[in-house]
Design a binder for this molecule. Structure first.
Ligand code: 26W
Length: 853
């Protein structure tokens, strides 16, 4: 198969190098490379490392070790690590290609996602390379604390929350296990907004991360691709074939910036490729010569807008033209790159689906499906049937949300004008699908219409994703079941084997070993350190749940972590929560379905209880929140205001403030989460059952020994299976009960009328806190003005939530029992490792093995 343009000489070389192997022979993975290890050893040498840092300081920053400040040192050290990774990557490239050519058991895995919430990289890379001590040695001489150096690095906040952080954890797991993987995303100039709280309100500020974050970006100007938008499109028949012409499209250049991804104890270095948009005709010389300076550069600006900023909404599509442009820009550049790499290595597209797995993370990159069709058919002359066979056997899709309002739909007129050729291909996919569906469900036009891609002048991206993928998965058992029973039920009936589950997981090295080194050392002491790479080993820690020495240590480690968090809160907010109070943490995006409001209502009732019983004997409680709201999400912003006003009133009321504290952590991010998770006693996972696809914060707190109070939602269900019902506090309706209760007509007012404690808390909203009244929230809970009153059923679950908290408080007082539970939670977090998730994906979906051992 030849591209209509010329074939490069490297294509030809590659063809000669192909030695297809017969299936079924041994394991394909290569041993870790000696070359990679040699590079690591060289950089681990303190003298060599220091010399490199000094060189960077003098040559680039014009300073030296003695005079450089912490920020300059962070840059120099990161730059040296990045250089080391570049050298390792070169070696790894040779190895992975040679394995790929020698076996059909490995594939190149492409993980395409609009978001990668990477956080900070230096500490993680040093840990993975085993070079933390080398750097610590150097810093000691200079009298600098390692954490101070790490905190010079701005978070790469190129994501909103769960979806983006999952993608980042997966890159770590893919690399640690030696899979040949590349992530594709956008190089947003501004990541997720920085949140400030001003008089209780969330105010958004731009996140200008590049000045400090750029050290990890490797620009590859030599590897740019061109993406076309708009243009005049005409289809016509010639020699019995449908052809088309596209004139005057607007072209944009996609410039790649690569971030090297390290894994633990491996010489594999994968990459995350971020595309940055640049105008191809960067300057209008004519306009310039005519003295029209502003217009001369105007085009440039419009192209560069594409990767200017991350859309800050999760679970609510914006439906904006620019967002669609971002999606196609990322997809087109990535697909062109993937096809080019395939041809370089194999010289043919025939084995594409056998050597390539493309994963679309939620529907945002779904245009991969028509874009690959376009490239195969238009650039390589492939026929429809063959192209469709290859594409639909290459692409797989993960769904991350069942919220109806979050399912993406694009206006057909917009898609057609922005991407006329792609739209035409989508029409053809739709036409063929309808014929097939009609055959499966004869006579049922309603069903066919409902399942098809085009309808109501919209392109339904979820339908396109299911139709164009060979596997579709949800992210927890419950969620995957809901996909089969409800969201994608008809597709499931038509093709049950297409649907599967892969429960989410988290990077243990980041979320336990690095963020809670004391707990990790205790586990090492008890069961050895194998669990760091083989998560299933962590289970062995459960054997120590009644060991008094271990329980006391667990208690002390938690308290130390709480002191550390308290000091951080003091530094940033000016008051220090009591480390002997219970730290009850709810940290996640602000969303109605996650029910921070339910938590708030209970805090209000606690507040009132203490006011009424000033002498009450209770363990002090500290409620800690971290949450960003989408800037246009009215309800969510009001809940943030409520939490902050509540905090202000409670923390400043001497009658309660020694018993109750409320902390709203500003600007919740990956790096604040790393400080927060190890200090949590209680993990609040209280979404309305059936709404939270999985949750991953629940796993992060669990592995750090926090006890969950939660509903039977998302991965909480599996957490309960893992630890047993006696080591978790479950309350509230099940997903089925929610469904039934909503169908039979939920009446929140009746619930309110019959529970005096709840009534008092809700009524208190009208008086408000710190001078701000919240009768709008009371209205939302009781009056069916917009949709139904209390749509996420906070009132319905309130009583049982309070009951569960009472049980929990009693358990907390029995310190041995509590620490027993804590050890059980850490140990059985074993199954929530991203390494395990990735193994599941590789086995069930991608059908690929690692290229390195
Ligand atoms: C188009 C607007 C939009 C943007 C982002 C819609 C949906 C999203 C994401 C898919 C929302 C998201 O992050 N979902 C979360 O994914 C996590 C990782 O699987 C899960 O743990 C969370 O439960 C889920 O809410």
């Amino acid at each position: 198969m030849k591209k209509k343009t010329h074939k490069t000489s490297s294509d030809l070389k590659a063809v000669e190098a192909v030695k297809p192997e017969s299936p079924g022979t041994g394991s394909p993975a290569l041993q870790q490379s000696h070359e990679g290890d040699k590079i690591k050893a060289r950089y681990s040498n303190p003298a060599y490392f220091r010399e490199n840092v000094e060189q960077y300081l003098t040559n680039i920053l014009h300073t030296d070790l003695k005079t450089a400040d912490t920020s300059q040192l962070y840059k120099a050290i990161s730059q040296v690590i990045n250089k080391e990774l570049g050298e390792m990557r070169l070696e790894y490239n040779k190895e992975r290609k040679s394995v790929q050519l020698s076996t059909d058991k490995t594939k190149k895995i492409y993980y395409i996602c609009m978001e990668f919430l990477m956080g900070q990289s230096l500490k993680n890379n040093l840990y993975n390379l085993g070079q933390t001590e080398t750097v610590k040695g150097l810093l000691k001489e200079l009298n600098i604390e390692p954490e101070a150096l790490y905190d010079e690095e701005p978070d790469a906040g190129l994501g909103n929350g769960g979806l983006g952080r999952l993608a980042a954890c997966f890159m770590d797991a893919l690399t640690t296990q030696g899979y040949d993987a590349t992530g594709y995303s956008l190089c947003y100039e501004y990541g997720l907004f920085r949140q400030k709280i001003v008089d209780g309100w969330q105010v958004e500020f731009p996140d200008n991360w590049l000045p400090g974050g750029r050290v990890w970006l490797n620009p590859r100007e030599d590897d740019t691709f061109t993406v076309s938008f708009y243009g005049e499109y005409h289809e016509y028949w010639e020699d019995g074939k449908l052809k088309y012409s596209l004139q005057h499209p607007q072209t944009v250049e996609a410039v790649p910036y690569d971030i090297f991804i390290t894994g633990s104890e491996t010489t594999a270095v994968n990459k995350l490729r971020l595309w940055s948009a640049r105008n191809s005709a960067s300057f209008d010389m004519n306009a310039f010569n005519n003295g029209d300076f502003t217009n001369a550069a105007r085009n440039t600006n419009s192209a560069e807008m594409i990767t200017k900023v991350l859309y800050p909404a999760d679970n609510i599509p914006e439906g904006k033209e620019l967002r669609l442009k971002q999606q196609y820009f990322m997809v087109s550049a990535s697909c062109q790159n993937i096809v080019r790499d395939q041809l370089h290595l194999y010289g043919t597209l025939d084995n594409f689906h056998k050597k390539t797995a493309i994963h679309i993370n939620d529907t945002h990159p779904a245009l991969v499906i028509p874009e690959l069709m376009r490239i195969f058919m238009d650039d390589y002359d492939m026929g429809w049937d063959k192209a469709w066979h290859i594409v639909s056997n290459t692409v797989s899709y993960t769904n991350h949300t069942v919220l109806a309002e979050a399912l993406e739909k694009w206006n057909t007129a917009l898609v057609q004008s922005m991407m006329p050729r792609i739209y035409s291909i989508i029409q053809e996919i739709d036409r063929r699908f309808r014929i097939e569906a009609f055959r499966k469900f004869p006579g049922d036009t309603g069903k066919t219409d409902y399942m098809s891609i085009l309808g109501d002048q919209q392109v339904r991206m979820a339908n396109l994703s299911v139709i164009g993928s060979h596997k579709v998965n949800g992210v927890s058992q419950l969620h995957s079941q809901i996909l089969k029973d409800d969201v994608f039920h008809d597709y499931y009936l038509a093709d049950p084997d297409k649907f599967t589950n892969v429960t989410n997981g988290i990077a243990f090295r980041r979320w336990l070993c690095q963020s809670n080194p004391a707990l990790a050392s205790l586990i090492d002491e008890c069961i050895g350190s194998e669990y760091r790479l083989d998560s299933s080993q962590l289970e062995k820690f459960a054997a120590f749940r009644s060991d008094k020495y271990v329980l006391d240590k667990v208690d002390k480690i938690k308290r130390d972590n709480k002191v550390r968090l308290s000091n951080y809160i003091n530094r940033t907010m000016g008051f220090a929560p009591d480390p002997d109070s219970v730290f009850i943490v709810q940290a996640k995006r602000m969303h109605e379905y996650k029910r921070q409001l339910l938590n708030a209502l209970r805090i209000i009732s606690r507040y009132q209880m203490i006011l009424e019983n000033p002498g009450v004997d209770m363990r002090p409680e500290t409620y800690i929140f971290g949450a960003k709201a989408a800037p246009t999400y009215y309800h969510a912003k009001f809940i943030i205001l409520l939490l902050n006003k509540l905090a202000q009133e409670i923390n400043n009321n001497p009658a309660v403030s020694d018993k109750l504290k409320v902390v709203f952590l500003e600007n919740y991010s990956v790096s604040t989460a790393e400080k927060l998770m190890p200090a949590a006693d209680v993990s609040e996972q209280i979404s309305l059952a059936g709404k939270e696809a999985s949750g991953t914060g629940n796993m992060k707190m669990m592995i750090n020994g926090a006890i969950t109070i939660g509903t039977l939602d998302g991965a909480n269900v599996e957490i309960r299976q893992a630890v047993g019902p006696e080591n978790i506090f479950i309350f509230g309706q099940t997903a089925e009960e929610v469904y039934r209760n909503l169908r039979s007509g939920y009446n929140s007012r009746a619930v309110y009328e019959r529970d005096p404690v709840l009534k008092q808390a809700v009524d208190r909203l009208e008086i408000g806190f710190s001078g701000t009244e919240f009768s709008n929230i009371k209205d939302y809970l009781l009056n069916p003005t917009y949709s139904i009153a209390d749509p996420y059923m906070c009132l319905m679950d309130f009583k049982d939530y309070c009951r569960a908290h009472d049980d929990l408080s009693a358990a907390y007082e029995d310190r041995d029992r509590w620490n027993f539970m804590s050890v059980v939670n850490t140990a059985y977090a074993e199954r929530f490792s991203a390494d395990r998730s990735i193994k599941d994906y590789a086995e069930k979906i991608w059908h690929s093995q690692p290229v390195l051992k």
